[in-house]
Unconditional design. Structure first.
Ligand SMILES: NC(=O)c1ccc[n+]([C@@H]2O[C@H](COP(=O)([O-])OP(=O)(O)OC[C@H]3O[C@@H](n4cnc5c(N)ncnc54)[C@H](OP(=O)(O)O)[C@@H]3O)[C@@H](O)[C@H]2O)c1
Ligand SMILES: NC(=O)c1ccc[n+]([C@@H]2O[C@H](COP(=O)([O-])OP(=O)(O)OC[C@H]3O[C@@H](n4cnc5c(N)ncnc54)[C@H](OP(=O)(O)O)[C@@H]3O)[C@@H](O)[C@H]2O)c1
Lengths: 468, 98, 98, 468
């Protein structure tokens, strides 16, 4: 029996080792679109091996519930994966963080109940468990709020009130105090329910003052927290697989959040506590009524057809109106007319990193047509027409020219440097940052008012007629 | 001694994995940032390993088994849907002519 | 169990460090390949850690102490000269105008 | 006492953790010349912390010998570092591998003597020790032979004889058999001396059939072996610091060896067993006496001065004649005359990776003037004059044009595509690969015979006279 158990332990450890290696390979292969799908395979295989290894663990003896749970999870997960529209990806990520973090919190709670009585004061395991439960639970409720804001179940503007920061700090310190008591005397479980409650409340408070459009950054950070919680679980259980995955996840979320902050020229503190987007964009087009030109689709189509180079700048508006397929048709028609078309992708266009890439890929635009900001900007002065579709802040020249602007210093796609700019949006209203956009009033610019999908359809129709 | 050894073993693993994560993620092209988020999300579902242990132990209390059950379901949903959605996204990325 | 744990702890560390080394070295510019060789050479002198243990143990035999002594000398030479030479090389690398 | 010991153990482990982190940072910062020196500082600090941590270890009680040894090592190491000429770097690397690997082997032997009686059959520790001793000792003697070949104490041509491969295999299997016996019954130390002897002999045999100019690849591989030996020591002693450093080192050597093989378009097997360079380059200029032009420095200088762009291609000959300082003067004079000068660096020019970069940096050539093969080749057709200084195989167009050439497929610097090529070398003799070089007979090419240093001096003098 002992021999059996020990050979069993070797097997479990070997499975975890192999699984960790596969997860590392999965991320390594994600570095390029050519190997990325292989990365997914590696991840799936790693997960399978990790689960099978655990099922073999000599400590696991009751299989009934586990199999039912896995079956149930699969039955829910598979249709979810196939029915989810690509535009809902940000929300999905948020809610799945909530699920994952909840699982971490629950496991932590169970482990605490089991291990606490056996641990000495200040034990490493209890430290790790407290960390795990705190991070798991706050990530769970924070992700739920983020989901609600993205899905617009909740108001997306920052919710701020007097004494908010004091309250947040008090709740956080309260949770830490509970954890401190339990670390000092693990057998004393009285503070546990308070600890749980405070952690859950803190998660909600954390996200309330953050505006809806900052949610992507928040989600990446929550990804990072969820990773750290998984690592903490690994420390508590002495499980290296969990530590590795947690660390990989933690750094991944952190780096993505950094990329976004850099692309918006804002600091973490500003995102988390700045209350950005608080001043509702109260029809900022109303102020001084500067002159702008506006085109109809009939006027715009021949200009596009006669151009030798066109750059399309997609933004959040394209995602909202689900216009990506129509935009792809537009791209194909223009290419057929012999126009050289490229897409300029700003790193924070839309509502999550890489948002535009996924949508356009979904609509069958080849990914070598998607050009990053630094690479497209030098080409724009030689470009005949830039067609901005539902983007706003990401093409706002004030970020470059006006040091007093709220988005000063944010790198932009310099659409205004092109020979002609056409901007598709529904009104003169501001974008997420809530500020006016001088590009609309430039001599070389013209508006194409309307819903992005409708306008794109209209343009395609006009092009077809021109061709016929 | 053995306790310090144990803890530092885990800290070594954590430190190396964090450095490695940093190096790996920095190299992911912005083109793939969305699938990356969804892949790491799927991989994070490996906490199912802890959930299985909690649920399957021979002396697990009914409360533990219930919470563990919920955790296994949640982690499975994340793993299954996460990997499938990532793959669905990646399938769409094509070069011109592919 | 504890034995399997021990061995896999070490294997985890090895695997992660090897992946990390792979990612790190791949990124070193060919410009710096010579200093890189000499730096890794210097860092490898960390085997001095083992040499010190062998030499300083209270029950070390004379043979062990002698061999350990030689090992400490050899490792120290490598460490000292390796780091200094690497730095000497790197000091020479200048951009135009620096 | 126990508390003291355990807090002590925590300290040692913490020191090792920090040291490992610093070594990782050291390699990370080596990625760019801007941060590389910071990397060296990190490495030094890591080493200091690792040594201090070990001295605090409760198992270390006799300090006398250790301090004497460290002092002695420092007294030898410091002057060595300052007096070593940069041209001797390849040899120094070889000999320091020998030292390091010897240390690993010795420590392994001592540990084996101490631990063997306490270990059960097939114990993990004995496995690791055998691996450590084998790799340590064979790397030691192999590095000594590599050193002797580079320093030309030994003939540099491959030494091959009948039955060599059979002998090598027999020695290797013999060593493995000894190790196997000791793993099966650790208490039986009889095979140990044979094991040691066979490992040492195998190291020598391994390098004998490899030609002198393949030594850089061999040294990188030995670097990799030394790293693996250090890792094995870490496994034997349960020391994670050693494992981390060994793995970093192991991958580093392996990747550098791969880079070199790729740049020569050869396989590992070919380098290790190919006996490349065996056929002595028996005056390959003697054969058919094809026509070549030759210039004097007096003729060449005005051509260089009148060019608007010059690319200098340095090679092994520049290193041998220590011409780098004169070449740098030449570069400065040309720049003063308004000529745009760049250096084209082939990845395996010289006798170790990055060899030319170090030599030219030593002579104060700014590193942004050193251009890699892929980047310079597209510019060469527009270049007025390419000046090849002591390079041969790396500019041999046969590699590109003649599929039957010994170096077919090796990427080259396409000097022959330039408007004019001048080649500085002492004769029409072949280079390391021992084959003729068609570039000498091209219409746009001319030889500048002489020692590289002398010719460069001469050219500088002529340029000065032209300027005056
Ligand atoms: N992607 C990320 O990861 C991320 C992360 C954090 C923050 N953000 C922020 O999100 C913003 C993204 O910039 P962006 O340029 O993509 O978008 P944006 O600045 O938010 O502007 C979107 C524009 O689309 C228009 N629009 C909305 N619905 C439309 C529809 N159905 N048809 C046509 N147009 C429509 C809106 O104008 P109308 O109302 O006039 O139609 C709006 O001005 C940036 O400020 C960025 O900092 C993004
Ligand atoms: N760098 C590495 O890491 C590495 C690794 C493995 C192999 N290798 C091999 O080494 C070779 C390097 O190519 P390479 O083009 O640099 O060198 P090379 O092909 O070996 O040619 C060097 C040339 O320099 C000339 N030379 C020697 N001493 C000289 C002096 N004092 N003054 C002027 N010229 C002198 C020689 O011609 P004369 O005798 O006529 O003067 C010889 O033809 C390649 O074949 C490569 O595969 C390099």
């Amino acid at each position: 029996m002992t021999v059996l158990q020990s050979s069993n332990a070797v097997l479990v450890q070997a499975a975890y080792l192999v699984a960790s290696g596969l997860f590392v390979l999965a991320l390594m292969w994600m570095s390029s679109p050519k190997t990325a799908r292989r990365g997914v395979r590696a991840g799936e295989l790693g997960m399978l091996i990790a689960v099978c290894g655990t099922l073999l663990h000599s400590g696991v003896v009751q299989y009934d519930l586990i199999f039912v749970a896995i079956l149930l999870g699969t039955l829910i997960g598979v249709p979810m994966a196939f029915l989810m529209p690509m535009t809902a990806i940000p929300q999905r990520t948020a809610i799945s963080h909530a699920f994952g973090a909840m699982a971490v919190g629950l496991i932590g709670a169970v482990e605490y109940g089991k291990l606490a009585p056996t641990q000495g004061a200040g034990s490493f395991t209890v430290w790790a468990l407290m960390f795990e439960i705190l991070l798991g639970l706050l990530t769970c409720t924070a992700s739920v709020v983020a989901f609600a804001k993205l899905q617009e179940i909740m108001p997306t503007r920052p919710i701020m009130f007097k004494g908010q920061q004091v309250l947040n700090l008090a709740v956080f310190l309260g949770a830490l105090a509970c954890a401190g008591v339990m670390i000092a005397s693990p057998a004393n479980t009285t503070p546990f329910p308070f600890f749980v409650a405070l952690a859950l409340v803190f998660g909600v408070l954390l996200v309330l003052p953050i505006g809806g459009a900052d949610m992507p950054t928040v989600i990446a950070l929550l990804n990072s927290y969820a990773g750290l919680a998984a690592s903490a679980m690994g420390f508590a259980l002495g499980n290296k697989l969990l530590i590795v995955v947690g660390a990989l996840d933690g750094t991944s979320g952190f780096i993505l959040a950094m990329v976004m902050c850099k692309a918006m020229n804002r600091s973490f503190t500003n995102v988390l506590f700045g209350g950005f987007g608080q001043a509702a964009p109260a029809g900022s087009g109303g102020g001084e009524e500067r002159a702008h030109r506006s085109y109809t689709a009939e006027e715009a189509a021949p200009m596009l057809e006669m151009a030798s180079s066109v750059v399309i700048v997609p933004g959040y508006g394209m995602a909202v109106s689900q216009a990506q397929h129509r935009v792809a048709e537009l791209y194909e028609h223009l290419e057929e007319c012999g126009v050289e078309v490229k897409f300029a992708i700003h790193p924070v266009a839309g509502r999550m990193p890489g948002h535009m890439n996924v949508l356009l890929a979904e609509a069958d635009v080849p990914y070598d047509k998607l050009v990053e900001l630094e690479d497209i900007n030098p080409e724009l002065p030689q470009t005949d027409v830039v067609l901005v579709i539902g983007a706003n802040d990401t093409v706002n020249p004030a970020a470059r020219d006006d040091p007093s602007s709220a988005i000063a210093g944010m790198p932009i796609i310099e659409a205004d440097r092109a020979k002609q700019v056409m901007i598709v949006k529904r009104s003169m209203n501001a974008g997420f940052a809530g500020i006016d956009n001088p590009i609309y009033y430039k001599d070389n610019a013209g508006m194409l008012f309307g819903d992005a999908k409708k306008v794109a359809e209209h343009l395609v129709k006009e092009l077809q007629e021109l061709a016929a | 001694m053995s306790n310090a050894q144990d803890a530092t073993n885990l800290l070594f693993v954590f430190m190396l994995a964090a450095f490695l994560g940093f190096q790996l993620i920095k190299r992911v092209s912005p083109l793939l940032h969305s699938p990356l988020m969804s892949l790491t999300n799927a991989i994070a579902a490996v906490v199912i390993v802890g959930a299985i242990m909690v649920t399957g132990e021979h002396d697990a209390t009914p409360v533990a088994r219930t919470l563990g059950f919920v955790a296994v379901v949640a982690a499975t949903i994340n793993a299954v849907s996460g990997f499938l959605i990532t793959d669905r996204m990646l399938k769409m990325f094509r070069r011109k002519g592919d």
